[in-house]
Design a protein around this ligand. Structure first.
Ligand SMILES: [Fe+2]
Length: 244
């Protein structure tokens, strides 16, 4: 099998070192907030976070990489919505661990190369409460249970696992859902090609107010469009974003 780390630069032990030289995810330099960035780096050396990410990487590299993309986008959207540095670090961590409950999902369901049956989907849906249960057992992460558990709740109350609605859903959960769904929509699957970014934006808008928090969806779209237009967004001292 060889050294698996050599095949994947996203291995958690190497991840932050390599993040600076990789062009696979949004550039962390876009977040001009050194304090938050340093704290996020420290998260990767947290023994329990590192252990969970290692397990995730070993079980399903796609979920591992997905979680990193979602985490980068989430804290970026959080900045757009006025969250402060500490909140963005916690949001980043929630997003990084939002799917950690998939460690308990049977591989044949998790990696099924096709649409899930209803029964399989019911098993898959257990991952959000399982993710909450995992972090709840870790003393200094226990307070993140609620936002992690709620990352599949919808603002219209038709999500899971608790059918919460609107402001009952933690703001972190609402942000993560937008980033999570965008990544799922734009990623290729064995059985279908991913949507273009533009089509995915349309879907975020279409389901804004039913599935998605409208503010989170708009912040996500706006930030992407600014970047695509070649105008990098810098956040300084948690003030209004400045367009360079
Ligand atoms: Fe999920």
């Amino acid at each position: 099998m060889g050294n698996p780390r050599a095949k994947n630069d996203h291995h958690p032990i190497l991840s932050f070192v390599n993040r600076e030289s990789q062009d696979l995810r949004p550039n962390p330099k876009l977040i001009g907030d050194l304090k938050a960035k340093e704290s996020m780096a420290q998260l990767h050396s947290h023994p329990e976070v590192n252990r969970l990410l290692s397990l995730m990487w070993r079980k399903d590299t796609d979920t591992y990489n997905h979680s990193h993309r979602v985490a980068d986008w989430a804290q970026w959207v959080g900045g757009q919505l006025g969250l402060d540095s500490q909140e963005r670090v916690e949001l980043y961590l929630c997003a990084l661990l939002h799917d950690v409950g998939k460690l308990m999902t049977p591989v044949e369901v998790l990696k099924k190369p096709g649409a899930l049956t209803n029964a399989e989907f019911a098993v898959m849906k257990m991952h959000s409460s399982d993710s909450g249960d995992v972090v709840k057992r870790i003393t200094d992460l226990a307070h993140l249970e609620r936002p992690i558990r709620g990352h599949h709740e919808r603002v219209d109350g038709r999500g899971y696992p608790d059918q919460l609605s609107a402001n009952q859903i933690h703001i972190f959960s609402r942000i993560i859902l937008v980033c999570d769904t965008f990544d799922a929509m734009t990623s290729d699957r064995v059985y279908r090609k991913g949507l273009s970014k533009e089509r995915a934006f349309e879907e975020l808008e279409r389901f804004s107010g039913s599935q998605f928090d409208p503010d989170a969806a708009q912040a996500f779209i706006k930030a992407h469009q600014e970047m695509d237009a070649g105008r990098a967004i810098f956040l300084e001292d948690d003030k209004e974003p400045k367009v360079a």
